[in-house]
Write a protein that binds this ligand. Structure first.
Ligand SMILES: Cc1cc2nc3c(=O)[nH]c(=O)nc-3n(C[C@H](O)[C@H](O)[C@H](O)COP(=O)(O)OP(=O)(O)OC[C@H]3O[C@@H](n4cnc5c(N)ncnc54)[C@H](O)[C@@H]3O)c2cc1C
Length: 411
């Protein structure tokens, strides 16, 4: 009998795993169910290069699936897992048996539950379909876009839309953009940068409803009664893990499927990878949910090594990138409240790094147009060496020269 791996979800995590299995010599069946009708594609360009030909980039060429004897079933939604019979049950009732089941169902945009949210033109951005819809609105000359939420996706879309001639307003509930995920230094720099490019950024405001005419959104109303006129709204207020299959199957979940650092759930036949998971991350306590391509790739490697029975891959320093107009932002590690921040170079020149450290141990670095700092920070975070913050700030010496002691032993 042939061994079969069933992968639910055709996003970056699932596709990477399918490819890795064949690269590693797995000769059993690999079947991937994807709810979407589009063949798997890259999500990052959707908020960055929407107007460029490379906006719609397949993750693999069409012939890849047959070349590698991988079964890709598009437009196929898995409805439940029968853990006793080791089968998934699709909407429509078809049952497919598995030896290894890998859940890679990703996340969905958080919706804003206010009156008018159902109006035409109130959009979110996760899929190619969403991106095509947004592109349709932005193609109208003089389009007025309101972005609700000053997170990474909102800022990327704002940069892209302003560059394409739209009038853009970002409405953020917190006192600064990226409040939950970035340092005050990076938030301040980006706010200034986006304002200089022509985007209006309003912080500390709550959206209370959307108003419309003939079923289409025409304005966004704020808590103080003022309103912002618009032709289209992008709600970019975060994403929720699509863990309902796992929850209903009784797997351990807590706002995401709980996995260990080999992508295993509490069922030995079921693994989970990508945005849907909550997993151990470096020096952070408990488990965290990362939403990034590098994290999905790392977990796909972990799942592959479990299936192949090979040595687990070394753990990686988490990282993330964001392109906003001419800014290349790369973040190594995970930004935590309470760590100290030291700047290398001056944000005023548009190239700098904000290193975060706890008692001299670097925990994260936010780098803007500074790939040298990004590479250096990854090494410092991975090695847990203690640095002298004053030396780190000194651009006459390299980040490595700021190291003052040998590696700390991590628990
Ligand atoms: C606009 C945008 C820009 C981004 N930019 C960056 C960036 O610059 N850098 C970065 O590192 N990350 C970025 N990300 C995040 C990155 O795209 C995600 O981390 C990555 O796509 C996660 O991959 P995944 O496979 O876990 O989930 P997904 O890509 O969400 O794929 C999950 C798939 O599973 C399918 N599915 C769900 N439930 C079922 C079911 N029951 N049956 C069958 N199929 C199902 C879904 O339809 C979906 O196709 C961005 C994300 C977005 C939306």
């Amino acid at each position: 009998m042939t061994d079969r791996v069933v992968i639910v979800g055709g996003g970056h995590a699932g596709v990477t795993l399918a490819a890795l299995l064949r690269q590693s010599g797995y000769d059993g069946e690999v079947m991937m169910m994807s709810a979407e009708d589009d063949a798997p594609y890259h999500r990052p360009p959707l908020s960055k290069n929407l107007h460029e030909p490379e906006a719609e980039q397949p993750l693999r060429p069409d012939h890849f699936w047959s070349d590698h004897d991988l079964v890709l079933r598009l437009g196929t939604v898995v409805d439940r897992i029968d853990r006793v019979r080791h089968e998934v049950v699709e909407v429509g009732g078809r049952r497919v048996g598995y030896d290894h089941l890998v859940l890679a169902t990703g996340a969905v945009p958080r919706s804003l539950d206010v009156p008018g949210a159902e109006l035409e033109g109130v959009l979110t951005l996760r899929t190619l379909g969403h991106a095509r819809e947004l592109r349709g609105f932005l193609a109208q000359p003089g389009c007025r876009l309101v972005v609700v939420g000053g997170g990474y996706i909102g800022l990327e879309v704002a940069a892209m839309a302003v560059g394409a001639g739209a009038e853009v307003t970002i409405l953020e509930r917190e006192q600064r953009v990226l409040a939950r995920v970035a340092s005050a230094e990076l938030s301040a720099f980006l706010t200034e940068h986006h304002r200089a490019a022509g985007t209006t950024i309003v912080t500390g405001v709550e959206v209370t409803c959307f108003e419309g005419s003939d079923g289409r959104v025409t304005s966004v109303v704020l808590g103080d009664g003022t309103s912002v006129d618009c032709d289209v709204v992008l709600v970019g207020i975060g994403a929720l893990p699509l863990d309902d299959l796992a929850v209903s199957a009784g797997l351990q979940c807590s706002e995401g499927i709980l996995v260990d650092n080999s992508a295993r759930t509490d069922d030995p036949s079921i693994m989970a990878i990508g945005d849907v998971t909550r997993r151990p991350v470096g020096m952070l306590p408990g488990r965290s949910r990362l939403e990034s391509i590098p994290s999905s790739t790392e977990q796909a490697r972990q799942a592959c090594s479990v299936i192949m029975g090979s040595a687990p891959p070394p753990s990686e320093v988490p990282w993330f990138w964001s392109d906003q107009g001419d800014l290349k932002i790369k973040i190594a590690g995970v930004v935590r409240a309470g760590d100290s921040v030291v700047l290398r170079n001056d944000p005023a020149v548009g190239r700098f790094a904000a290193y975060h450290h706890a008692d001299g141990i670097v925990t994260a670095a936010e780098t803007v147009n500074s790939s040298g700092d990004f590479m250096a920070a990854k090494k410092l975070i991975g090695s847990a060496m203690v640095i002298d913050p004053t030396l780190l700030a000194n651009t006459a010496t390299s980040p490595a020269q700021a190291i003052v002691t040998q590696p700390q032993v991590r628990a």
